[in-house]
Ligand binder design. Structure first.
Ligand code: PXP
Length: 242
């Protein structure tokens, strides 16, 4: 299972003082050297953390894989088509949210997503759609031409009661299998930490995970290199949920 690291919150810390440190470009290099399989960043419309300069430089410096998370708005699509990351992950975006709150409603946005995905494919960019773990959203993702889906694990991560955790996990597993059956790649992410990642890493239909906040938080305590290595170790010691 591949681990891609979302470095948005290195930029969040930089923006707290409006200066130039910590630099997400340097952070991306440390993540790659520590063994990350890819770097993810979210260029939000309000540029609250990652900015245009970051994306441009990351394109030049990331040597594994750059996954640009973005809303499918005209402005950000234009930027992505110039930057040409290996992958774009399309997410819904709300101005007041603290983080991405839910999956894309692919079912309701078929025509616009089909059109956006065509533009990316014309440039050789793969497209992943961030969706809630629901059958119809995954089926619609296939119909609009997505190469992969990223299953939203936020509800699983927030579940508190063991029975609820179990049922959320089983659902993620079933949805991942559906994505695979439909011929798509399957990623997962949101709210994953050093503990709850392990049963998700045990789901064989999931190819890749996208993790940010928990790793950057741990990095504040132990350093980024160590925080990434600890997550790689957690993924490698995946366990079925009991
Ligand atoms: N995947 C997507 C689509 C996201 O929007 C985010 C949050 O930026 C993540 C993964 C990573 O979530 P977290 O920071 O909770 O690990």
């Amino acid at each position: 299972m591949r681990l891609c690291i979302n470095i948005d919150h290195i930029a969040t810390l930089r923006q707290a003082r409006g200066g130039s440190v910590p630099d997400p470009i340097e952070g991306a290099r440390i993540c790659e050297n520590a063994g990350a399989d890819g770097i993810v960043c979210h260029l939000r419309e309000d540029r609250r953390h990652i900015n245009d300069r970051d994306v441009r430089l990351l394109r030049k410096t990331v040597t594994t894989k750059l996954d640009l998370e973005m809303a499918a708005t005209d402005e950000i699509i234009r930027i992505a088509l110039v930057v040409v990351p290996e992958l774009v992950t399309l997410v819904p975006e709300k101005r007041m949210e603290l983080t991405t709150e839910g999956g894309l409603d692919v079912v309701a946005q078929r025509p616009s997503l089909t059109e956006a995905i065509r533009k990316f494919h014309d440039k050789g960019i793969l497209v992943s759609l961030f969706v809630d773990p629901e059958n119809d959203q995954v089926e619609a993702s296939r119909e609009v031409g997505a190469d992969m889906v990223e299953i939203h694990t936020g509800d699983y991560a927030n579940a508190a009661i063991p029975a609820e955790v179990h049922s959320m996990l089983r659902n993620v597993e079933a949805i991942a299998a559906l994505g695979k059956k439909l011929g798509m790649g399957v990623n997962a992410g949101h709210g994953l930490d050093y503990v709850n990642v392990r049963p998700v890493a045990n789901i064989s239909a999931i190819d890749e995970m996208s993790i940010g906040h928990s790793i950057i938080s741990r990095a504040v305590m132990v350093g980024l290199n160590q925080a990434v290595k600890e997550m790689i170790a957690a993924v490698a010691t995946s366990v079925p949920y009991r």
